[in-house]
Design a protein around this ligand. Structure first.
Ligand SMILES: [Zn+2]
Length: 284
């Protein structure tokens, strides 16, 4: 018990230059309250026990929370980005990110069941080059919507993205129009699309398919917007209100339909799918 009597004992949240000590990956810094949190205390939903803030999930972690166990069948899993604009260092960045993230692109697509309802599901991963949308992300999403039309299936997309992938230049920007066109064809076929926005959903993703859901859900506190606060303030020469670009702010301004806690997101989606099952044959 000498440890507690030691005068110079430094708690784990204190550190040099304000950065918390994170030994061996056991402790993680909460993005909301900045406290060091013991990883095992986070649980499957990765909610901070101190402030109830959310840690960001990988695509696989999100899939495990949303899809019924053992039902997810991935599509186009082998599709990987090339370097169409010959951007210096892009191939190397892709290789390193793939190794670290454990997947070869910033979105995972497939078909599964959610609360017993068959559906197409896409989950973006902010850990993969900030969830940016390049040609492969756009192509995988487009194919998912096209397959969903063939199967008369609803689609759920969990967005988490910094926007278009700058390393692919104009090719990444055209994905906004491409995916949006596929969403329109899915909609014209009378099928149901749920867009779930998570932290962060910005740039070209927020300005295309993420904003096109028949029902748009969001996680509490998620950053949702197009350009960043500083860019807008400098362009408009105006101060923006507090809380601007949070899920709560845009909910108040009519952009989204419901804010769902992470723990209730699956049940919310399941209920919506069951409600709209009449519009789809559900033959996923
Ligand atoms: Zn916290």
């Amino acid at each position: 018990m000498n440890l507690f009597k030691k005068k110079q004992y430094v708690p784990i949240t204190g550190s040099r230059e304000g950065a918390p000590v994170v030994p061996d990956g056991l402790w993680l810094k909460c993005p909301s309250c900045r406290k060091a949190i013991y990883q095992k205390e986070l649980g499957e939903f990765k909610v901070c026990p101190n402030c109830s803030g959310y840690f960001r999930l990988s695509a696989r972690e999100r899939l495990a929370l949303v899809a019924d166990e053992g039902t997810f069948e991935e599509t186009d899993s082998g599709m990987a980005s090339k370097n169409p604009a010959d951007y210096p260092g892009y191939e190397e960045k892709l290789r390193k990110t793939s190794e670290a993230a454990g997947s070869n692109e910033a979105v995972i697509c497939g078909f599964c069941e959610v609360c017993g309802n068959k559906t197409a599901l896409a989950v973006m991963d902010s850990h993969f080059i900030m969830g940016s949308m390049g040609s492969v992300v756009g192509e995988k999403l487009t194919r998912l919507f096209e397959k969903a039309v063939e199967k008369r299936s609803p689609v759920i997309v969990f967005s988490a993205s910094g926007g278009a992938r700058m390393q692919e230049g104009i090719i990444s920007l055209m994905q906004m129009a491409k995916v949006s066109a596929a969403v329109k064809k899915h909609s014209d076929a009378g099928l149901f699309y749920i867009s779930a926005l998570t932290d962060p959903t910005t740039g070209g993703v927020s300005a295309s398919f993420a904003a096109l859901g028949d029902v748009i859900l969001a996680e509490p506190g998620a950053l949702i917007g197009f350009a960043g606060r500083r860019v807008i303030e400098q362009t408009m020469k105006q101060k923006l209100p507090d809380g601007f670009q949070t899920a709560e702010f845009i909910m108040d301004h009519g952009f989204i339909d419901k804010i769902a806690e992470r723990a209730e997101m699956k049940d919310t989606i399941g209920a919506l799918l069951a409600l709209h099952r009449g519009s789809c044959d559900g033959a996923a």
